[in-house]
Design a binder for this molecule. Structure first.
Ligand code: SAM
Length: 292
């Protein structure tokens, strides 16, 4: 078997061979530890009947592990300079398709239709560029792609927010948006020493498995997200105060907010961080009757 890309020596050799400098603005922190890669890929439970979608293959460190375990890999890379590098480093693998695109602008469904035909089990597996982790995860969930879930490396602080439970400091509208669609858990914490260059922040890997149905059934999803975002707009304020700002003409229609809170069985003096997703679902439906 070929030597792993993800060792300090091989990574340096590849960068030197291609005269490549790392672009910090694109979140380029390459993995140089094969053990971490094995752990990440292991958490995705891939077989040769699975396909993997990678965001930001870089010089191919994770991509080659995916190519070994999965039937096919589809990877999106924004940095044109990396395309010839990937062609070189991934030449031993014939089951990788690279798309040169910003993932936030890419038509991912179309790429799946073209490259991953016949694969029923699709996982997103990535060491994400840290400057855009949340928009990438939300895009992949909101587009309702035919994926089983995602295993992604990201900043530990964001990982904590995504997986947080009610009552904790990290719990907020991001936790709700993602847990509404997925079961999310932190699976590995990662030291800075496994990257080249080392990032300024700590990292973690989270696994998100899509739920067959969202965690709560609501009348209007957009309105539900308006309510949850609004409820955390000022974390120190009560849910009643935050909703007065979040609801259209909420200040003039305070009594309707009180009524909806009462109907949902929620004390107006509570803070957003104490409400479960189920409580937010119920509250959202009650408010929808007056403000939707
Ligand atoms: N997968 C490689 C690894 O683990 O060593 C590289 C990971 S590095 C943290 C992030 C990668 O995402 C870089 O290759 C970067 O160029 C790419 N990237 C940054 N922004 C992107 C975007 N909007 N769309 C696609 N790729 C992006």
């Amino acid at each position: 078997m070929m030597k792993d890309i993800a060792t300090p020596i091989r990574t340096q050799e590849i960068l030197a061979k291609h005269g490549l400098t790392v672009k910090k603005s694109l979140g380029q922190n390459f993995l140089i530890d094969p053990n971490i890669l094995r752990k990440i890929v292991g958490k995705a439970n891939l077989t040769k009947q699975s396909a993997a979608i990678e965001i930001g293959p870089g010089i191919g460190a994770l991509t080659e592990h995916l190519a070994r375990d999965a039937g096919k890999v589809l990877a999106f890379e924004i940095d044109q300079r990396l395309l010839p590098v990937l062609e070189d480093t991934l030449s031993p693998y014939d089951n990788v398709a690279i798309v040169h695109s910003d993932i936030l602008k890419a038509d991912v469904q179309q790429a799946i239709d073209k490259e991953l035909q016949g694969y029923d089990d699709i996982m997103v597996v990535a060491n994400l560029p840290y400057y855009v982790t949340t928009p990438i995860i939300l895009k992949l969930l909101l587009e309702k792609l035919p994926i089983r879930g995602m295993v992604v490396m990201l900043q530990k602080e964001v990982a904590e927010r995504i997986t947080a439970k009610p009552g904790s400091k990290a719990y907020g509208s991001l936790s709700i948006a993602i847990q509404y669609y997925t079961e999310a858990e932190m699976v590995v914490t990662v030291p800075k020493s496994v990257f080249l260059p080392q990032p300024n922040v700590d990292s973690a890997v989270i696994r998100m498995i899509k739920r067959p149905q969202p965690q709560v059934e609501v009348i209007d999803e957009d309105f539900f997200f308006l309510v949850t975002r609004g409820s955390f707009a000022q974390r120190r304020k009560t849910i009643f105060n935050n909703l007065q700002t979040a609801m259209p003409q909420g200040k003039e229609k305070k009594e309707l907010i009180v009524k909806a809170l009462e109907e949902a069985g929620i004390e107006p003096a509570r803070r957003g961080e104490t409400l479960s997703i189920e409580e937010f679902g119920l509250l959202s439906d009650k408010l929808h009757a007056y403000f939707g």
